[in-house]
Design a protein around this ligand. Structure first.
Ligand code: PEP
Ligand code: MG
Length: 550
């Protein structure tokens, strides 16, 4: 039974992905557990508590291992296997025991101290593999402490469909979520063009970001309604609100039915200009939504998520399998894979990069690739091998100069020569393009157009760098103007420069999913638009209403 209206809490943020859902909240609390040192004379009782907590932790790790193995793959699942082994490591367990018995302290404190010591020892080792394990010891110790202090209760599990709430979500947390169990996502902070938000949209999960710090762990297990269209979460909603949301939900479903009729139609303007309408993906599992929504290709495969899935670099075989699967699933339709764009909010443990003062302007994307030839060539080899199984294209991110393109293409030629020598088949003519997402690239797009087969305009970054507004910062939301005249002028110039050089130009930033911009983009001459899978049919409808030549 719902409580009276007086108890309902309404928190407003930015709607990221439309849709209305009702369900229970699971609050993801990522803060490290608080530990106090307490004196305990009864060491046996403390040791028994540790044993009991270990049983719970083992069950959780086993569940996580199996879930990750099934949904992400064995490389990522291995993290949980390693933690299971650590849980029974003799040295680790002896350290905990010695602290409990020797110092006459509580189990939580002993686990925290043992965890700190092991983390420090591992992080100072020469061996890369052992150094990487320091984070696992930290994770494991935090888990054990949560099991000891009862914070690992049922409501924090993903059992059943839940509304996932958190202070913030990282892109890697978002992509690893079991989407079949996520009704909606709501975060206290975050902006609508952050990667976590983009992922939610790609996954078609109703989402709201930036609802403020009132959203807290206190609401774990509470009933809530999420309106992803208007960007609101109602905690403990009253009858009247539920009735209003129900009516709105029905309207949205009706609209979706209308739009669904556009499935199977080709995408063209009213006066007959064909536009390539593609979709953006973050991983192999998104292809299902691309096909279900009838996209004509994939305009952006954010390959960096393969690097964020595990603690080790994805091997050539892992990448080859992913690209091949997508290429085959798309059955000859164009699939543009962007080489890894790690950096800024997309951090990958496997690269072991130093923290930066200003990561959005830092060591990112093509800059990392050009400095790490082996890592880059591994990806290029996987891509070229997969090109034999469909219509793949390659795209380089964060380009600022023609020199970068030439160096990248030099590595491409090396890879092609190696594959030829090994007798491995590949597409000799695979298209190579770049993202136009820095003001530098936009301004010299006439020069860059001579180096590549296509452009794809990345308005998310182009907006942040042109307006000097961090796309991650929710405080700057009111200044983040995706329709700023400076941007429109740049986009128009990039399109004209591409066409003057005889190449095609697309757009894969979130602006493409904004129906308010469709008419303008078509009239500006865009050839391809790549949008969230859930927005394909909506944008097809908009394109069909547009006169390209007027
Ligand atoms: C962009 O910057 O517009 C883009 C598509 O790339 P990402 O959002 O992944 O940075
Ligand atoms: Mg970008």
């Amino acid at each position: 039974m719902w409580k009276e209206a007086a108890f309902m809490i309404k928190l407003k943020g930015s709607g990221v992905c439309s849709g209305i859902v009702i369900g229970k909240i699971t609050y993801i609390d990522r803060s490290a557990p608080e530990v106090r040192m307490l004196r305990s004379e009864d060491s046996d009782a403390e040791l028994q508590r540790v044993e009991k907590a270990k049983v719970t932790a083992l069950a959780q790790l086993t569940e996580l291992y199996e879930k990750t193995l099934e949904e992400v793959g064995s490389e990522s699942a291995e993290i949980f296997n390693i933690q299971r082994m650590m849980l029974n490591d003799r040295d680790y367990n002896n350290a905990v025991k010695n602290i409990i018995v020797g110092d006459k302290v509580n189990a939580e404190y002993a686990v925290a101290v043992a965890g700190d010591n092991f983390e420090m020892m591992l992080s100072s080792m020469q061996d890369d593999y052992m150094r990487a394990r320091s984070a696992d010891v930290r994770d494991l110790s935090d888990r054990l402490i949560r099991c000891l202090n009862g914070k690992a209760q049922e409501d924090n599990s993903f059992a059943g469909k839940r509304i996932i709430c958190a202070f913030d979500l990282t892109p890697s947390e978002t992509v690893q979520m079991d989407r079949s169990n996520v009704l909606a996502m709501v975060t206290a902070v975050g902006s609508s063009v952050s990667h976590a938000a983009i992922l939610a949209r790609t996954m078609g999960i109703p989402a709201v970001v930036g609802v403020g710090r009132k959203l807290s762990a206190d609401y774990n297990g509470e009933m809530a309604a999420v309106d992803g269209t208007d960007g609101v979460i109602y905690i403990d909603p009253d009858e009247k609100t539920l009735a209003e949301l129900e009516a709105k939900h029905k309207e949205e479903l009706k609209h979706r039915e209308v739009v669904k009729k556009l499935k199977g139609r080709s995408t063209a303007t009213r006066d007959g200009r064909k536009i390539n309408l593609y979709a953006n993906i973050s991983g192999v599992s998104d292809v299902e939504a691309v096909i279900a929504n009838d996209a004509e290709g994939i305009g952006l495969f954010r390959s960096e998520f393969l690097y964020m899935a595990g603690k080790d670099l994805p091997s050539e075989e892992t990448q080859f399998a992913a690209y091949k699967k997508v290429a085959e699933a798309m059955g000859g339709k164009r699939v543009i894979v962007r080489t890894m764009d790690i950096g800024a909010d997309k951090q990958a443990d496997c690269l072991g990069l130093e923290p930066e003062e200003n990561p959005a302007m830092g060591y990112r994307a093509i800059r990392i690739c050009l400095n790490n030839k082996d890592i880059f060539k591994t990806q290029l080899r996987a891509l070229y091998r997969a090109s034999a199984y469909g219509k793949l294209a390659i795209m380089f991110p964060m380009i600022i100069s023609a020199g970068e393109i030439r160096t990248a293409k030099y590595f491409v030629e090396e890879v092609k020569a190696e594959l030829r020598a090994e007798g491995i088949p590949f597409d000799e003519d695979m298209e190579i393009g770049i993202m136009i997402e820095t003001p530098a690239a936009a301004v010299i797009s006439d020069t860059l157009a001579k180096e590549v087969d296509f452009f794809s305009i990345g308005t998310n970054d182009l907006t942040q760098y042109t307006l000097a507004i961090d796309r991650q910062n929710p405080v700057l939301g009111e200044f983040y103007d995706p329709y700023h005249p400076a941007l429109k002028r740049m986009i128009k110039e990039v399109i004209d420069n591409a066409h003057a050089a005889g190449i095609w130009v697309g757009l894969c930033g979130e602006l493409g999913s904004d129906p308010n911009m469709t008419d303008w983009l078509i009239k500006a001459g865009i050839d391809e638009i790549s949008v969230s899978p859930s927005m394909v049919l909506e944008i097809r409808g908009r394109i069909s209403e547009t006169e390209a030549s007027s």
